[in-house]
Design a binder for this molecule. Structure first.
Ligand code: N0T
Length: 547
């Protein structure tokens, strides 16, 4: 019989995700928490590597570190567990006042079982791999391996028991189950045992939730059948592990996604993972997973904006689990907040001597670190206030679009626009002007625009601007930005009514309380609110008056 909650789960101060009216917040120590994260490189999961991790976390002013814990290191021999790395990690994280997001590298680490113990990855009889349509064996474990699931789950339960018994202050605030699950090179397992299941009826749970008729996978899902079958079995596998873990210690749990390009998906991506076409299916199969989190290695504005939109849903809090650490990605922090994001974590932020260019930066140096650190310097003092306000009020985020000069790197297009209209657009400055309808007022954000507006905005070189706005009430906004000019203009519904800026306060937050510093006026407000590379937080009050 299932007891509702074990002792560890009676703790009212457990980290958790809350959702209301389609909005989300992360709670740590009973307070709203914005994850200003950083992820280590792979292989940083040993005590000896940590000395190369903390200096970067400190420079970034990150409040959360995402770091792997590998099945091979906690269960090198079957049934024998070793948590010495976690002893060190948790103690050092506490000393650095940083929270942890543990990444469970087990059955899947980007498709392969590389991080599974030898006794698993060398025993193909007991832990079978995916077989392709033409009978080739891939180095990706089949989600249909019952022994594989049982073994992974046993190890995961040990990990969660360790956290229940050794981390009463909840240094670990979240656990990512597996890493970029899925299989490259086959839409599903085509082994004999898999084929038997594939020809059986689609589970009623899935069919009913999607309101589909009964039938085999092929009959119900047709050309999607192979991929949906694989996704369903990986998702139910992950669900069983997460659910068992939560019964021991009920921490928030997520999965991260090796994305497919939302505009040109093709079929070269990690099949069966929660790519945008199977988010709904994953939600049905894995209700214990609090969020599906994108790993973003697209560089261009248009694709990133689309991905952020796809993974921010009433049933899915947006957490950018990974994003490339090249400088150009830093501005997407603002866009993430605009999608009501609860957190953001660039990948590869340590000095362990690895850089994943062309996905991220060529080297982890001060320039690269600072591009992300400045965002966190700006938001760290108001992280709690932001998380609290974003839960209750509408938010908008802006990231500077690509300039024509933006380098084309691997999967990165310099510009999402077609070049034919570009010259025209540049003349008017439209390319570097973004607008948003905030209700009675519109926001206009421009990049690379001079004082007095003599010339149209020309963009920053390289593109690096960003802005975020919260609507506090109909006429009142909280706004902050870097390298952007923000203007509030009357929308159509105020047509004919005289309007003005009533008051712009600069200040900061202490906890959730606004602390006034000075009033911006004159040159500071006549030509838009100009944000530079120095942090400024403003409260803007717009007004109408009578003739
Ligand atoms: C990410 C990272 C790490 C044909 C890559 C991105 C991390 C994992 N994978 O440095 O390995 O653990 O989650 C996959 C991007 C695939 C590009 C394939 C190009």
């Amino acid at each position: 019989a299932k007891t509702a909650f074990r002792s560890g789960n009676n703790d009212a101060s457990l980290p958790r995700v809350q959702s209301e009216n389609g909005r989300h917040r992360f709670i740590v120590d009973n307070k709203p928490f914005l994850i200003l994260g950083a992820q280590t490189n792979n292989s940083a999961n040993y005590s000896a590597a940590l000395a190369d991790v903390w200096p970067v976390v400190e420079k970034m002013q990150a409040n959360t570190l995402s770091i792997p814990v590998a099945w091979e290191q906690i269960e090198p021999q079957e049934g024998q567990f070793d948590f010495s790395f976690l002893d060190t990690l948790i103690a050092e994280a506490a000393a650095h006042n940083v929270r942890l997001n543990l990444l469970w590298f087990a059955t899947w680490k980007n498709n392969a079982p590389h991080y599974a113990p030898s006794w698993v990855k060398l025993d193909n009889q007991r832990f079978p791999r995916v077989i392709t349509k033409d009978g080739k064996m891939l180095n990706s474990l089949s989600p249909l391996g019952k022994e594989t699931l049982a073994a992974d789950k046993r190890a995961f339960m040990q990990l969660m028991s360790y956290l229940r018994d050794n981390d009463p202050a909840h240094r670990v605030i979240m656990v990512q189950v597996e890493n970029e699950v899925g299989t490259y090179g086959s839409k599903r397992d085509f082994s004999a045992m898999a084929n038997t299941q594939f020809n059986a009826q689609v589970p009623a749970k899935l069919r009913e939730a999607m309101n589909l008729p009964a039938g085999s996978w092929q009959q119900v899902f047709q050309e999607d059948a192979d991929e949906f079958f694989h996704a369903w079995h990986i998702a139910t596998y992950v669900e069983e592990i997460a659910q068992a873990g939560k019964q021991i210690k009920n921490l928030p749990m997520n999965v991260n996604v090796a994305l497919r390009n939302p505009f040109t998906p093709g079929d070269g991506y990690s099949m069966g993972g929660p790519t945008d076409n199977v988010i709904d299916l994953w939600k049905i199969a894995a209700p214990s997973i609090d969020m599906i989190s994108p790993d973003i290695y697209f560089r261009d504005f248009k694709t990133v904006a689309r991905v952020l939109e796809l993974y921010s849903r009433p049933d899915n809090p947006l957490f950018v689990a990974e994003i490339g650490n090249a400088e150009g990605y830093a501005r997407y922090f603002f866009q993430t907040l605009g999608e009501q994001g609860i957190g953001f974590a660039p990948f590869g932020m340590d000095y362990t001597d690895y850089a994943n260019f062309p996905l991220g930066a060529k080297a982890v140096n001060d320039e690269v670190i600072n591009a992300f650190a400045e965002n966190y310097r700006l938001f760290a003092p108001m992280a709690e206030a932001w998380a609290a306000l974003s839960y209750k009020h509408p938010v908008w985020g802006f990231a500077e679009p690509d300039s024509e000069k933006s380098e084309d790197v691997w999967n990165a297009k310099g510009s999402g626009d077609d070049t034919a209209s570009d010259n025209e657009k540049d003349k008017e400055g439209a390319r570097f002007t973004q607008t948003a309808d905030l209700g009675k007022w519109n926001a206009e954000v421009t990049y690379g625009r001079e004082m007095f507006w003599i010339n149209p905005p020309t963009g920053n070189d390289p593109a690096s601007g960003g802005a975020a706005i919260i609507k506090l009430s109909e006429n009142e906004f909280l706004v902050t930005a870097f390298r952007a000019r923000v203007t509030f203009v009357p929308s159509d519904e105020l047509k004919g009514t005289p309007t003005m800026i009533e008051r712009v306060e600069e200040g900061h937050f202490e906890g959730q309380k606004w602390v006034f510093e000075r009033v911006w006026n004159g040159d500071q407000t006549d030509w838009g609110l100009n944000f530079t590379s120095r942090p400024h937080v403003l409260k803007v009050k717009m007004a109408t008056y009578r003739r």
